[in-house]
Design a protein around this ligand. Structure first.
Ligand code: ADP
Ligand code: MG
Length: 249
């Protein structure tokens, strides 16, 4: 291309913006400076710019995934003190940390008293899933149920349902702190049966499955929920002290 038909850097940047090549646009000036006065091959220059675009897109995706997961905090397995909770089989948690459970659509249920690390472990597995580029959604059971209940009023039920059906991994925190009536159990049943063998659910609860009858009112529906949930499920029963009391004297 002759000099007078060449686009100015500003126009190139503008065009890059128009084509959503923000990664290239961001580094163009720097790459031009880097290449000027050297004998860098055109293909190398173009390759570097393309790499910048690829990296930027990967970073954007990573940010989107993390943001969309709505994790309440970021603590991993490396932050978990297994010696404090000897009832937990560390090997079993390490097996879960491979993420294979999501391939087999296996659910995970953490049962234990408050402060025993249920949410921490659920979040840690959520972070692993994100690292594997899976979509994750963390919500408390109560938030999900109230969101679905309210959505009936403004006819956004189906749309809201998708929020909980779409992610590769759904984390439902705190089942059992509040008892739930018929309608809410129906919503929970809908989620569990639609995700059955399609996408894993991690549930944390202060109640063991045998006590779920007292959380939900309808016994028949409770059995149907438990049946689907437990068909492919790893149960981690934590029998131990609250970590919150660890340093208390
Ligand atoms: P639960 O959900 O069972 O009520 P959390 O997971 O919220 O308990 O744990 C309470 C607090 O203690 C959190 O800040 C968590 O990171 C921390 N915690 C719990 N168990 C452990 C542990 N074994 N090692 C390190 N931190 C822990
Ligand atoms: Mg918790």
């Amino acid at each position: 291309m002759s000099k007078d038909t060449a686009l100015s850097t500003a126009v190139i940047e503008q065009r890059m913006g128009a084509f959503h090549l923000s990664g290239m646009k961001k580094t163009l000036q720097m790459r031009l400076k880097q290449a000027s006065g050297t004998d860098m091959a055109y293909s190398e220059f173009l390759g570097l710019l393309l790499e910048d675009e690829v990296n930027q897109r990967a970073e954007n995706k990573h940010k989107r995934l993390y943001h969309g997961a709505r994790l309440p905090f970021e603590k991993g397995l490396e932050d978990f003190d297994f010696t404090f909770q000897p009832s937990i089989n560390k090997k079993e948690i390490m097996q879960l940390s491979t993420g294979e459970f999501m391939q087999t659509k296996t659910n995970i249920l953490f049962v234990g008293q408050p402060g025993t690390g249920k949410t921490h472990l659920a979040v840690a597995l959520g972070l692993i899933a994100l690292g594997l580029s899976k979509t994750v959604l963390f919500t408390t059971m109560w938030d999900m149920i109230t969101t679905l209940q309210q959505s009936r009023a403004d006819f956004s039920y189906q749309k809201k349902m998708q929020l909980y059906l779409k992610p590769d991994l759904l984390i439902l925190d705190e089942l059992g702190y509040r008892s739930m009536g018929d309608k809410t159990l129906e919503d929970f049943f809908e989620i569990v049966s639609k995700r059955y063998e399609k996408g894993s659910i991690i549930i944390t609860s202060n109640r063991s499955i045998s006590e779920w009858d007292s959380v939900f009112v309808d016994k028949t529906l409770t059995t149907a929920v438990v049946d689907r949930l437990m068909h492919h499920c790893t149960v981690i029963d934590i029998k131990g002290e609250s970590y919150r009391f660890k340093n208390r004297t």
